[in-house]
Design a protein around this ligand. Structure first.
Ligand code: ADP
Ligand code: MG
Length: 644
């Protein structure tokens, strides 16, 4: 359907109350998926809808289903299943908005973590629409509180995500509890085989609506990547924050711990930031999203799951601080900006060894992602000076400076110090220990080379996360046909942020394959395979990167778990204690990890040195200013002597 042929909302047979509400929210015309889906659902047809995020799927099912409601009936007529609490709330809010002129309309979100009794009371009073996460919906059905005998329609929203989160059995169970003649709408951004199977089994002669990825979202989103090299990701991020004009920003990291760590660091740098992850209490999460909406917060650091489907129009920037696990997640992540045709910016940090993910994303979105240069030191410093001056201008108007003016005047008279000197001292005091300007450290060219040389095959390899590790066939590399020296060198780069390296006491010699390891860790430790990072298999041992916040219980379970018929004996790398039966390879490994530790330590030394230097500089500066104040020398003319 081209833009010209899209009918207006009032040509779609929706009831007048809904048209009025649409007018209130200011939707001009239906989005493509709405234009195709609304007539079908109004007719009572089953629909299998595939469209990327941000295409307006909620209204596509909510509008016709509301229009078909009989408000006099008390038992739920529509049930929507959504993968997360946030989405359930968001969808329920959308229903409320679209039905706001329909007297007596009731929608109820139900999800885990919220008071079940309140939900039951609301169900008893009678609701027309229930929107919930599968687990809690199941609970209410089992306890007889959610009666489905009157159900007219069931919606599965973001079905692929429900599958990914392991809800698919629950969803099927719920489907089995619904009356045979109910209508079903299934929406999914992708159509994995399990979703297709459900569609075939439960949908009745469905009409399939596919909105092609004609990058409807992407065209309004400017996509850039920064090749991680030279400076730390945190420093890079800080520069970007200083130089980019942004309204609100969402930053994606891989682990829950990383959300709080990074949020703390940004908060310390003066940005109104909060973390968002499954670990955070439900009501706190809702407050966080509310604060982002109303501008109390400007930055949210989130995991994929927690931010799924978030719809906050203020979000102007999405930063992929850690690369996404797959191309799908990337599309979902950047879909948090550029909502409903607005413009947005997406920035992706890509380390050399993650280059392949970049090409995979480019292939999938059929779009080149432009390489960005980090804002230069000069640019940042210019910005800081501009902002410094602006702060003065803004504060000049404030009434509160009166009292301080008096004190400064007094000081000027008592000490015979010109006001300009006093102002400079005050600015210095205000700045504190952090240097005002960035120093111009050259970008290490080695790191840059590493980026440019890393896997030049952008675009022609298989796209799979960690494919380099997972696709590796251990047999090809068994010690039987290669000497250890010939083997591809171990990737000794440190684990990504939020990850930690563990050692397992099984290796090639035990015929272990990456798949066995992923399987064992995922199943025994109940860890989603997407959180399992780099795997390096050696002769007698293996290292694997796992989230650094695994609980003691998980580690204990994993330690006992077996892989390739042997206990994997997992332990944090570098803390291995065992009788050295393996001989040389084990020693080699210890040596190499010792080397790593030494490198780390010397890096730390380097950092402390720099800090001390900075402190000394600052002390000198303060002394100088104090001296100047005491001796009442005039300030040096610009150009006569460099101050910094
Ligand atoms: P999806 O579920 O496909 O990711 P949503 O239903 O969350 O997308 O809608 C994305 C955004 O677009 C929301 O902010 C919604 O209010 C807005 N929107 C939906 N339909 C329209 C429309 N016809 N015109 C303008 N904005 C719309
Ligand atoms: Mg949606």
């Amino acid at each position: 359907m081209t833009t010209e042929t899209v009918p207006a909302f009032d040509q779609l047979n929706l009831n007048e109350h809904i048209l009025k509400a649409l007018n209130d929210v200011g939707y001009e015309k239906p989005s493509p998926i709405q234009a195709e889906t609304i007539p079908l659902l109004l007719e009572g047809r089953d629909v299998l809808g595939q469209a990327q995020t941000g295409t307006g799927k909620t209204a596509a099912f909510a509008l016709p289903l509301i229009s078909n409601l009989d408000l006099k009936e008390k038992d739920p007529q529509v049930l929507v299943l959504a993968p997360t609490r946030e989405l359930a709330i968001q969808v329920a809010e959308a229903f409320q908005t679209y039905a706001k002129h329909m007297k007596g309309f009731h929608v109820l979100p139900v999800y885990g973590g919220a008071d079940s009794r309140a939900q039951v009371r609301a169900l008893d009073r009678g609701v027309h629409v229930v929107v919930g996460t599968p687990g809690r919906v199941m609970d209410h059905i089992r306890r007889g509180k959610l009666r489905l005998s009157n159900l007219k329609a069931l919606v599965l929203d973001e079905a692929d995500e429900m599958l990914r989160m392991g809800f698919i059995d629950d969803v099927e169970w719920i489907l089995d509890q619904t009356p045979d003649d109910r209508q079903i709408a299934l929406f999914s951004a992708t159509m994995p085989s399990q979703i297709r199977r459900i569609a075939t089994k439960y949908l009745n002669n469905p009409e399939q609506v596919t909105i092609k990825m004609k990058t409807q979202t992407a065209s309004t989103i400017r996509q850039r990547f920064w090749p991680v090299s030279g400076v730390h990701k945190l420093d890079a991020l800080t520069r970007i924050l200083e130089a980019e004009e942004f309204d609100a920003m969402i930053i994606f990291v891989r682990t829950k711990t990383a959300t709080t760590e990074l949020a703390d660091k940004l908060e310390a740098r003066g940005y109104a930031t909060a973390p968002l992850s499954g670990d955070i209490q439900q009501n706190q999460r809702e407050r966080t999203i509310q604060s982002l909406k109303n501008g109390k917060l400007d930055i949210i650091v989130a995991t994929d799951v927690a931010a799924r489907g978030l719809d906050v129009p203020r979000i102007s920037h999405v930063v992929n601080y850690d690369v996404p696990h797959d191309t799908e997640s990337y599309v979902h992540r950047i879909g948090r900006t550029g909502r409903a045709g607005r413009e947005g910016d997406a920035i992706l940090f890509v380390a050399p060894r993650e280059k392949r993910m970049l090409s995979a994303i480019e292939r999938m979105t059929n779009q080149k992602i432009e390489r960005m240069e980090l804002p230069s030191t000069e640019m940042i410093n210019d910005q800081r000076i501009v902002k410094f001056k602006q702060k003065i201008t803004d504060t000049l108007a404030s009434e509160e400076i009166g009292m301080f003016r008096q004190m400064v005047e007094q000081y000027q008279d008592e000490h015979n110090v010109p006001a300009i000197e006093i102002a400079a001292v005050l600015a210095l005091l205000m700045q504190g220990e952090t240097p005002f300007l960035l120093s111009n450290k050259p970008v290490k060219s080695k790191a840059r080379d590493a980026w440019d040389n890393a896997d030049s095959s952008r675009g022609n390899r298989r796209d799979s996360r960690n494919s380099r590790d997972r696709d590796r066939s251990p047999r090809d590399r068994s010690s039987r046909d290669r000497s250890p020296r010939e083997r591809t060198p171990r990737d000794n780069s440190p684990p990504d942020a939020g990850m930690m390296r563990y050692r397992l006491e099984v290796g090639y010699n035990h015929d272990v394959k990456p798949g066995n390891i992923v399987g064992a860790i995922a199943n025994e430790g109940n860890i989603d395979s997407k959180y399992i990072g780099r795997i390096n298999i050696d002769e007698n041992f293996t290292t694997v990167d796992l989230p650094n916040d695994l609980s003691r219980d998980v580690i204990t379970t994993l330690r006992k778990a077996r892989v390739a018929g042997r206990p994997m004996n997992i332990s944090p790398e570098g803390q291995v204690k065992r009788d050295d039966k393996e001989g040389a390879p084990a020693r080699r490994q210890r040596d190499s990890s010792r080397k790593e530790r030494t490198v780390e330590r010397s890096n730390e030394k380097e950092k402390t040195k720099e800090k001390t230097k900075d402190k000394l500089k600052l002390k000198k500066k303060v002394k100088k200013v104090k001296k100047k104040v005491r001796t009442n020398r005039p300030a040096p003319r610009p150009g006569s002597k460099k101050e910094d």
